[in-house]
Design a protein around this ligand. Structure first.
Ligand code: FES
Ligand code: FES
Length: 164
């Protein structure tokens, strides 16, 4: 199958039912993405698919063909990483790559997240309970990043371009 991972297109020989997480870790050595529960519950395996967070342990690699996959190895430089350090978020660190990918997804859509927004979005588990520090770091990064870019206005169609 052909996958686009961190901007590189590659052809891989893996079974169609292989989870994306296995391809990342075992075939490509991208071990920043973690294996936790393996059943889509904990979020340690979070990566981005076309910019949105997914749990790669339950996502068949074959379904990722034709998309853009991004892993923690290609996240930076990102304001979240600096904020994570300043707020000293990680404890054991095991869940943190997934947490960063999830937080990056949140900030790609919301630059003024409330605690409620963060809690609703940050559904990955952290056994070390770093939730409060993650909230602080996400707000710090959001402030540093500033408002979301305003989308380009869509030009109205001219009468001559309208077809029945
Ligand atoms: S390892 Fe994927 S959700 Fe837990
Ligand atoms: S920092 Fe230890 S599990 Fe999250």
């Amino acid at each position: 199958m052909r996958l686009n991972i961190n901007g590189q297109v590659m052809d891989l020989e893996v079974d169609d039912d292989t989870p994306l997480l296995w391809v990342l870790r075992e075939e490509l050595g991208l071990t920043g993405t973690r294996f936790g529960c393996g059943i889509g519950q904990c979020g340690a395996c979070t990566v981005h698919l076309n910019g949105g967070a997914i749990r790669s342990c339950v996502f068949p690699a074959v379904a990722a063909q034709g998309t853009e996959i991004r892993t923690i190895e290609d996240l930076g430089p990102h304001a979240l990483q600096k904020a994570w350090l300043i707020e000293q978020v990680p404890q054991c660190g095991y869940c943190q790559s997934g947490q960063l990918m999830k937080a990056a997804d949140l900030l790609s859509k919301n630059r003024t997240p409330s605690d409620a927004d963060i809690d609703a979005s940050m559904t990955n588990f952290c056994r070390c309970a770093t939730y409060d520090r993650m909230r602080k770091a996400i707000k710090r990064a959001a402030k540093e990043m500033g408002p979301l870019p305003v989308p380009e206005p869509i030009e109205p169609l001219q009468d001559s371009e309208v077809t029945e």
